[in-house]
Design a protein around this ligand. Structure first.
Ligand code: C2E
Ligand code: MG
Ligand code: MG
Ligand code: MG
Length: 282
């Protein structure tokens, strides 16, 4: 397209493209150095049973301990990793770390589960389904000890992405919809796809106590999940009032800063419920 606009614009376009490519390659190599150099970390945020008041699992969340920029959250590097394709390798690594950790925790408390996020860009080539099976086997992890979280965009992405979700489900690993209600997926996906659980996006939880509309959304998503017989997890619980409102609606599983922030596995005393409420971590 640039060529048709004449030689001068072609040169400008080319130079910009060149810069972009250079920046991209720099981050790409920085990221693969990060993986090789042990700069990546998996932090874990406890998932809590509100009625029993105990930790029932954790969500694996990727961090980059950058030598210059400090501890980076996924928002600061995952989009680039998705663009360059580095996400495939990173994703495989996170999955393997999470499975190793889950196997350790389950040896001490059999019921706990670890959830791993998978972005739309990772799906559709069979990479994730394969990596799931390899990691389960490598760490002797029961498939029920792992969970995969995808956003609604992954459901609409492609039919190959959807069939990969079926493959993951077939291996016994529950697949759930993350940030439920923020995407464009239709409710029919709940019946067409192997949805084992729903995570109510924290934007709805945030105002559910003060805003009747948000409360109504949380209430209907919860009863929908209960009626379908699938799991429901509230994200981003920050206050006791939110926790009480959730329990009143029948949503008894939650994550949020009220209980704990994401933190290194060794800091997360998953085995002692007394640690729930700690605010250490990222
Ligand atoms: P997510 O899967 O929805 O994860 C929940 C995010 O909410 C996490 O942000 C967590 O730190 C944050 N959070 C938890 N409780 C609270 C709370 O009470 N209040 C507030 N304000 N925030 C809370 P984080 O770790 O920055 O991750 C952001 C997103 O990056 C994740 O959203 C997930 O979509 C993605 N992500 C994280 N790790 C991975 C990964 O290993 N692979 C892929 N593909 N995506 C990942
Ligand atoms: Mg998630
Ligand atoms: Mg989420
Ligand atoms: Mg989110």
């Amino acid at each position: 397209r640039a060529k048709r606009r004449g030689k001068r614009q072609y040169v400008v376009f080319d130079a910009a493209l060149d810069d972009e490519l250079r920046a991209r390659r720099a981050v790409e190599s920085e990221l693969s150095d990060a993986l090789a150099g042990g700069q990546l970390r998996v932090h874990y945020q406890p998932v809590v049973d509100l009625t029993a008041g105990r930790v029932v699992g954790a969500e694996a969340l990727l961090r980059w301990q950058h030598p210059v920029r400090g501890l980076l959250g996924p928002d600061e590097f995952l989009p680039l990793a998705e663009d360059t394709g580095a996400i495939v390798e990173l994703g495989r690594w996170v999955l393997d770390q999470a499975c190793a950790q889950a196997a350790l925790w389950r040896a001490q408390r059999p019921g706990v589960t670890v959830a791993v996020n998978v972005s739309p860009r990772q799906l559709g080539r069979g990479d994730v389904a394969l990596a799931v099976e390899e990691s389960l086997e490598r760490h002797g992890l029961d498939p029920g000890g792992l969970r995969i979280e995808v956003t609604e965009s992954a459901l609409t992405e492609s039919s190959s992405a959807r069939s990969e979700l079926w493959e993951i489900d077939a291996s016994g690993v529950p697949v759930g919809i993350d940030d439920f209600g923020t995407g464009y997926a239709s409710l029919s996906y709940l019946r067409q796809l192997p949805v084992g659980f729903i995570k109510i996006d924290r934007s709805f939880v945030a105002d559910m106590v003060s805003d009747p509309d948000q409360h109504a959304i949380v209430a209907s998503v919860t009863s929908l999940a209960l009626a379908l017989g699938i799991g429901v997890v509230a994200e981003g619980v920050e206050t006791g009032a939110q926790a009480e409102a959730l329990v009143a609606l029948g949503c008894t599983t939650a994550q949020g800063f009220l209980y704990a922030r994401p933190m290194p596995a060794e800091e997360l005393a998953l085995l002692s419920p007394g640690r729930v409420g700690a605010r250490a971590g990222s």
